[in-house]
Design a protein around this ligand. Structure first.
Ligand code: ARG
Length: 261
């Protein structure tokens, strides 16, 4: 089957757009770039827990969520192969081009030991910061996740990722709303690549609103709590190809262990 956009890429490849080679061949019927994080521009004042994950020179390649003053939840595929020295977490900076906010150094990188490749294990990581971030934190879903992933629940996604197929990243943070898709429906889209115990899908049947490249690691908020992590999808915002998010409830206890460490 076609390559999914959560390929075995290094974060560096994502950062420099070399990921294009790993993107699935877009169906030729797909027309002009559509807005993906679609929704609307927003700010880190509005969402203080949304973090940029950057390389050492400030190039943003993923998103993350501050869940404790020194703990940032992101995607495993964003940081696998990275060292603490070449990753930064930037808080309080609405624009990629900004110089405001706080640049945090990373003292430890943990990712789910079960994460081995594109479609296995939990796409979840926790970065420990050398110093606390002076921003409000987000609560994350409990291990039971009761009711949170019910189909039709409204999810809120945030990021600086690309706003259209083959487009560039958005300079300003964007937010969009996407409904949770049922597991059987997501399986119809992705077959066995969709692992319901580890993942949850969100998006409209007709597409049009979605996360995209560069949004990975960022939050899917449901009912006001961090319930998912932007992980992968086939293309972006395509009809019948919802965004796939890490089902954080399944990794909530593991995250808590890291938060308390
Ligand atoms: N893998 C992408 C990243 O590294 C996120 C893709 C999300 N795709 C989607 N269609 N929702 O930024």
């Amino acid at each position: 089957m076609f390559g999914l956009t959560r390929a075995r890429r290094t974060a560096a490849a994502v950062a420099f757009g070399a990921a294009a080679a790993a993107l699935p061949t877009a169906p030729s019927a797909v027309a002009a770039p559509r807005p993906v994080v679609g929704g609307t521009p927003t700010t880190t004042a509005e969402y203080p827990f949304v973090m940029q994950i950057t390389d050492a020179t400030g190039g943003q390649f993923c998103g993350g969520t501050l869940v404790a003053p020194t703990k940032v939840v992101t995607a495993a595929h964003c940081v696998v192969g990275e060292t603490t020295g070449n990753v930064r977490v930037v808080g309080g900076r609405t624009h990629l081009s900004g110089t405001d906010g706080t640049v945090g150094e990373v003292s430890r990188i943990w990712f789910d030991p079960g994460y081995t490749d594109a479609v296995n294990g939990g796409d979840v990581a926790v970065l420990t910061l050398a110093k606390p971030m002076p921003y409000a934190t987000a609560a994350y879903v409990s291990p039971t996740g009761t009711g949170v992933y019910a189909p039709g629940m409204t999810g809120r996604v945030l990021g600086w990722g690309t706003t259209g197929k083959n487009g560039g990243s958005s300079d300003q943070l964007r937010m969009a709303m996407v409904p949770v898709v049922s597991d059987p429906e997501c399986r119809d889209s992705y077959g066995s690549d969709f692992v319901a115990s580890d993942m949850v899908c969100a998006g409209y049947p007709s597409g049009g609103v979605d996360t995209c490249q560069g949004d990975s690691g960022g939050p899917l908020l449901i009912g006001g709590v961090l319930a998912g992590i932007t992980s992968w999808g086939n293309g972006c915002a395509e009809a019948g190809q919802p965004g796939v998010y890490t089902r954080l409830a399944s990794f909530s206890s593991l995250v808590t262990e890291q938060v308390l460490t």
